[in-house]
Design a protein around this ligand. Structure first.
Ligand code: ABN
Ligand code: CU
Length: 622
């Protein structure tokens, strides 16, 4: 964390040389160049060639791949063998190849092939059984891998033609529910946030927003104004720094399905323009994102970022049972989000800020399961679920790595790990007479070896980012923010596997490292076709033991979903959520939302009152 703003002893920069880091790939040679350009001086400051690495894919390369593949003789011939003669019915999702010895020096994609029965039919209902291997730089097919049937009397499956639609125009208006009355969210006096350039103020929160091709939305310099007006620094930079979706099927070609949607494709690159449809309701402020196209020209995604407020129910309430007097305050959150489409899957990525000083990050996974075809007599178990006849949705995980660069009341922070354990004393001991005693047991990580730790649901394990130089006057403990994570299981692929060795970050729930400006990506900067090794990202950053106590530190938090698909996830998956919260813990002098006015009772009315009835105070006794 480069620290400024709050520490008056640090000289403030008066002039900043703004620089851009450019990664360039030349085609067809595949040579990769790293260039630093000074934007203020309008010149190149460094330029070097790098060997043996592959930059993040560009959406342009994926679209180009689909076009070339659909016109390739081998692909056309393979489709014919399956009875498909009209190539306009065929659609191809090009994926990263993962890693294999034989691909060294090449830039390849594996293509997942589907058909559609009409222009916007759901292609994941009609998977084909072969994967072409495609050379991105040479723009040609290098191999075709036909999946072998297992426990089937057929050599090739028939391609299921039954449609599994989800678009309302396919389902038919007559089949849509008709009993939904409108819900309207209105903010008659406007929104409660203000935006100046990239700066955002909402309630007592202040932050800076940025966006890049790789992490998408990044939140910087988050601070909170305390009751006495002090601006208290909290987080220097928070971003979704990597994710991996490893699939469980052990057979060729599916055993190389492991998508790193941040490092291989780029969340920024995959971001939707919300012009095309937005899931946020109410008064919305949109921001455009500017990325670069395949030639390095600006590529604008209009309305990429959505900023709005949401009512989230109760923040607190108490009723005096003697007098019947009640006071309740409703909770509102600021939502800053974008939505990415990673071929079949869609992810809503939400940063939430609450009025009680809580920060939350949530991923909403939706879209389409990645499907493969089965022969009519084949089973998907134990590596997949049959979600419709002949359609195998293979088991997988979605593991996310959040990079949290804290500055809780200052630059130097520590991390304490707490397990809640039964008393060490046996039942009957004077300090545990009836055996009910339990309590938190904490340790503060001193170095990077200790600070690689696992979830432990049995002990309700949690972590707190603390500032040991600021002791809370009441709690007599360092001020802090608690990490509330759902204790999800880490990577299930075995040590030694390609998935595990490329995604070692996901094998631990929490890592803490010393801040280093070049350490942004837990799976390594060059993630595409990265060679399984301990020289990538977090294993590399932690090779040398470093102090993480009272230091400028960074937390890397893994959370996610272990997805055993359900039939109900098909043909389109209802949102599945995961994420974490950072909650003030002995940081403020009391509930920071205490100054919220009582909930507005005027805007409620009895559920069965006539639609045009005026609002009332809601005597809802039945
Ligand atoms: N889920 C893998 C992926 C992401 C983006 C584009 C193609 C494939
Ligand atoms: Cu999933």
């Amino acid at each position: 964390m480069a620290f400024f703003g709050w520490d008056k002893s640090v000289p403030q920069p008066t002039k900043i040389d703004r620089e851009a880091f450019v990664v360039l790939i030349d085609r067809p040679s595949g040579l990769v160049h790293e260039i630093v350009v000074s934007l203020t001086q309008n010149k190149t400051t460094s330029w070097k060639k790098v060997q043996g690495v592959q930059p993040t894919l560009h959406v342009g390369e994926m679209l180009e791949a689909e076009h070339v593949l659909l016109n390739d003789e081998l692909v056309i011939a393979e489709c014919r063998k399956l009875g498909i003669t009209d190539m306009k019915q065929v659609f191809i999702d090009p994926w990263g190849v993962g890693y294999h010895e034989s691909i060294k020096g090449k830039r390849l994609m594996q293509a997942l092939v589907y058909m559609r029965t009409s222009a916007d039919d759901n292609q994941y209902a009609h998977p084909l059984d072969f994967n072409p291997l495609y050379d991105v730089n040479e723009k040609k097919v290098v191999d075709i891998i036909v999946a072998k049937r297992r426990n089937s009397k057929f050599e090739r499956p028939t391609i299921p033609r039954a449609n599994h639609h989800f678009l309302p125009e396919h389902i038919g208006t007559e089949n849509l529910r008709k009993d939904l009355k409108p819900i309207q969210i209105t903010q008659p006096e406007g929104v409660s946030f203000t935006i100046r350039g990239q700066q955002l103020d909402w309630q007592k929160w202040n932050m800076h927003l940025s966006f890049n091709y790789r992490e998408g939305l990044v939140i910087n310099n988050v601070s909170y104004k305390d009751m006495d007006g002090t601006l208290r620094p909290l987080f220097y930079r928070v971003s979704l720094a990597e994710m991996v979706v490893p699939y469980a099927n052990p057979y060729k070609p599916y055993n190389h399905k492991m998508a790193f949607d941040v490092g291989e494709y780029g969340l920024g690159n995959l971001t939707n323009s919300l012009e095309l449809g937005c899931d946020c309701v109410g008064s919305i402020y949109y921001m455009d994102a500017v990325l670069s196209d395949m030639k390095g020209e600006p590529w604008v995604i209009p309305k990429a970022i959505c900023i709005h407020e949401e009512d989230t129910g109760l923040l607190f309430k108490h009723t005096d049972y003697r007098t019947g007097k009640a006071h309740s305050a409703r909770s509102r959150r600021l939502v800053i989000s974008h939505i990415v489409t990673a071929a079949n899957y869609d992810y809503g990525l939400y940063y939430y800020f609450y009025q009680d000083g809580t920060f939350q990050y949530e991923v909403k996974a939706t879209g389409e399961l990645n499907t493969q075809v089965l022969a009519v007599d084949e089973d998907a178990a134990p590596y997949g679920t049959i979600v419709a006849p002949q359609i195998d949705a293979q088991h997988h995980q979605h593991l996310f790595s959040m990079r949290i660069d804290p500055m809780i009341d200052g630059r130097n922070n520590s991390v304490a790990e707490t397990d809640v354990l039964p008393s060490v004393h046996p039942v009957g001991h004077p300090d545990n007479i009836v055996g009910n005693a339990f309590g938190p047991v904490s340790k503060i990580f001193s170095n990077t070896d200790e600070a690689q730790t696992d979830a432990s649901p049995q002990t309700h394990r949690s972590w707190k980012v603390i500032n040991e130089s600021k002791i809370h006057p009441y709690a007599k403990q360092p001020v802090g923010f608690k990490v509330i994570a759902p204790n999800s299981p880490p990577l299930l692929a075995k040590p030694g596997s390609i998935a595990y060795e490329r995604a070692r970050f996901a094998a631990k729930t929490l890592w803490v490292t010393q801040y280093h400006p070049d350490q942004l990506f837990p799976g390594g900067f060059y993630c595409y076709q990265s060679e399984p090794s301990d020289n990538l990202g977090l294993p590399q950053f932690t090779r040398e033991t470093k102090n993480v106590r009272n230091e400028d530190i960074v937390l890397w938090l893994t959370f996610g979903l272990t997805h055993i698909p359900r039939v109900e996830d098909f043909p389109i998956m209802p949102v599945e959520m995961c994420g974490f919260q950072l909650k003030p813990a002995n940081f403020f002098l009391g509930n920071p939302g205490i100054d919220l006015p009582s909930s507005d009772k005027k805007s409620t009315k009895s559920a069965y009152a006539p639609a045009d009835a005026k609002s009332c105070c809601g005597n809802n006794s039945l």
